[in-house]
Design a protein around this ligand. Sequence first.
Ligand code: HEM
Length: 458
Amino acid sequence: MTTLTSPQVKNKLPNGSKTHPAIIMAQALIDQFGTLEKFQQKYGDIFYTPQSFLNPPYVIFSDPQAIEKVFTADPNLFEVGKQTSLPVRVLLGDNSLALMDGVPHQKRRKLLMPPFHGERMKSYGQTMVDVTKEVISQWQVGQTICIRDYTQEISLQVILRTIFGIDEGARFDRLKQVLIDWLDMLNSPTNSFFLFFPFLQKDLGALTPWGKFLKQKREIQSILQAEIDRRRNNPDTLGKDILSLMLSVRDEDGNPMKDIEIRDELLTMLFAGHETTASSLAWAFYWLHYLPEVGQKLKSELYSLDNSTDYNTITKLPYLSAVVSETLRIHPVVVFVGRRLKEPFELMGYTFKAGTSLFPCIYLTHQREDIYPESKKFKPERFLERQFSPYEYIPFGGGNRRCLGYAFALFEMKLVLATILSQVEFELLDNRPLKPSRRGITFTPESGVKMKVTAIKN
Ligand code: HEM
């Protein structure tokens, strides 16, 4: 339980902008990082926005002690569904793990966790490398590529094969195409605006953004349902993929997952795992070529391996791990995580009422000069020199809601980087400081990172 009687408790709320919350939200949608930095400079490590007709009151903070307090508090004090996650709900559906709370959330996590860790997760390494090699095989020396298109192709195929268990044929091609169209629709700040404003969510036919969004989502749901039916009716089609696992698991009372729950979870994993991994990989390629000495250092580490090196060893390489960690620090693709209070809660000397949304800010935490000196510089060495606590380094959030796929994502990022960098040389054509640009609810490098393929080894 939280203490409300501490003598240090201030009665006032933290500072925050007097601008109307709807205007702040619009500003943040246009320039999320600039707005956050401006507020932090003006108001400090914690700032507050009062309730409006669009938003509950919310508090954004980047103090590791405050983050620790939230991540280690009793999860029953918070809820994540309802208003705090409107864009996520719209994308994923009501039965998504990302929107569940309390005991149902705990039970669903327990059901879904096993394949994302340990040996089962590592068994997907071969697929991750195979998919990467297939993608490289499309490239030719002299070709100009947008690396994000290919990291997206890789992460989508990895998910379709390891999670959905679909790897080729007409079903695979159709699902892949519809998903790409759906996700592409969200790739500009204006296209994704409707996710954040309920009054824009009106189905006025397939020519309007919301109508088109719904039509595509229905098509995806129907392809997923067909796949579920196919597996249920032919038990010999069940494999080691995560859909097969969902079809065979039973909860403590012996109940199977319902079709709608499976569909929403597939979409959750697809959405949570695909865009995030693809954008993070694109940032890694950018930095490794924008700072050639960093790229060279990583290649030297990779060149010391031979063909017999197993995937587990590769993913433990110190410099490769540091590059991945630094990429996720400097460009968190998710900017903050939300926890909505069900009861009053004390934080940093302030008391917040039930209904307030608390936002540990990943971006601002990772930009703190006291934890990450020269925070705007890409320096993988910082991860070799010291360890950061799970409240200072939070690319995957934390506590009982820490990203379900974090080990999977790290494993994949490392194997993709190692496979590509061991075989392909690039010249960075986007050789300038790149900014993050909104893609739905995540962020990606603007322009997708243009590179020229200069050599391919066999
Ligand atoms: C670089 C890649 C990724 C990043 C940066 C990332 C980041 C995050 C973050 C910040 C959260 C919210 C955590 C919180 O509220 O404390 C989250 C949740 C989640 N992520 Fe990831 N993620 C990545 C990849 C993946 C992958 C590959 C999957 C699965 C295939 C996945 C599945 C999920 C799920 C299911 C949740 C909801 C967990 C819950 O509410 O209990 N993510 N992720």
